[in-house]
Design a protein. Structure first.
Length: 346
């Protein structure tokens, strides 16, 4: 009989579990808060629970634990990169970034990724498996315990495609937001997706006002298909229709991630088409100069070309920023450090 992963339970599920064990529902609150407010994982030490209850919990359930195996600290900007070992020995990574507006953590949602975007290091070995919600949560909790401070903003943009692990991601969002636990505002959470269109509709219908970030990278279907396999399934027109539905339901501005690749998507016609594609949307474009990897033989544009691309978009009344690079001395881009570590330990 499969055991229950106790630290992946929502508050209501924790209460129901305790009622099923013949306990009062408030015991479920104690269990939930122990994991998600106290950030603890040792069932033996929940002294609020009777010893007999703890024994039954250990018999019927288990706690999914991860551990920090390596930490890299940038000498340039205080960015920290964490490598975590999962119980099955798989490796995942997270990044802590310090900004004037607070501390942000970018977490992984899968071991690897199967989306196959050409310029992304995290997808080169494919998807190994989904992360459970506890494995997502504990990336944040372990980083908070390591730095002795709480995280202000959470970004689901590390290794993996969150909407390809939809149920665990949704559970993670509800747990991290719960006032009895970490109590993170939905408005402080960003979910990045390459564009699994049906799941964008599903997420919109959940009515969780998180920020949706779309990896667009080209306004032309023909070019987008070359660099993003998902574009062979869902056209830009279909993607934008889903995004408009999400915008209407959430009343939130949509962010579009746009990795600039020299000679591929940094041309005048790209600016013009982007303006047409985003017409009528409350949107913001985040320009990302390409971070080259050995498997993708393309270059980033020169800085002045990036600035010019930004100006051309702003002339068309599209709010645009250029993402500041973080942790360049510690391979802080998605998947790079994990791959380097795995290859170095073969």
């Amino acid at each position: 009989m499969k055991k229950t992963e106790l630290n992946s339970l929502t508050l209501e599920e924790s209460k129901k579990l305790m009622l099923d064990l013949g306990e009062k529902s408030y015991r479920g609150e104690q269990l939930f808060s122990y994991f998600n407010r106290n950030k603890e994982v040792n069932l033996d030490k929940i002294n609020l629970l009777p010893k007999k209850t703890r024994s039954v919990l250990m018999e019927k359930g288990y706690v999914n634990k991860i551990k920090i195996i390596k930490k890299f600290e940038s000498k340039l900007d205080n960015t920290k990169k964490y490598l975590f070992a999962l119980e099955d020995k798989n490796i995942i990574e997270s990044v802590l970034m310090i900004y004037p507006h607070g501390k942000s953590v970018c977490i992984s949602t899968q071991v690897g990724c199967r989306m196959g975007c050409e310029f992304c290091a995290s997808t080169k070995e494919g998807r190994v498996r989904d992360l459970t919600s506890a494995e997502m949560l504990n990336q944040i909790y372990l980083i908070e315990k390591d730095i002795g401070e709480n995280i202000d903003n959470i970004v689901l943009m590390g290794s993996g495609e969150p909407l390809d692990n939809y149920q665990n991601t949704l559970r993670f969002l509800k747990i991290i937001h719960d006032p009895k636990g970490h109590n993170t505002s939905y408005r402080n959470i960003t979910l990045s997706t390459c564009g699994i269109t049906p799941k964008i509709y599903d997420l919109a219908d959940e009515n969780l006002p998180i920020t949706l970030s779309i990896s667009l990278h080209s306004p032309f279907d023909s070019e987008r298909r070359k660099i993003m396999p998902i574009a062979k399934t869902y056209s830009i027109k279909e993607l934008i229709q889903a995004v408009k539905y999400y915008e209407k339901k959430s009343n939130r501005r949509i962010t579009f991630e746009y990795t600039l690749v020299e000679g591929v998507n940094d041309r005048k016609e790209d600016v013009e088409e982007l303006s047409d594609v985003l017409n009528g949307l409350k949107s913001h474009i985040n320009l990302i100069p390409l971070n080259p990897i050995k498997e993708y033989n393309k270059s980033r544009p020169e800085r002045n070309r990036v600035e010019e691309f930004k100006k051309e978009l702003e002339k068309r009344h599209i709010k645009t920023t250029i993402r500041g690079e973080k942790g360049t001395d510690i391979s802080a881009s998605c998947g790079q450090l994990r791959r380097d570590y795995i290859e170095g330990n073969k």
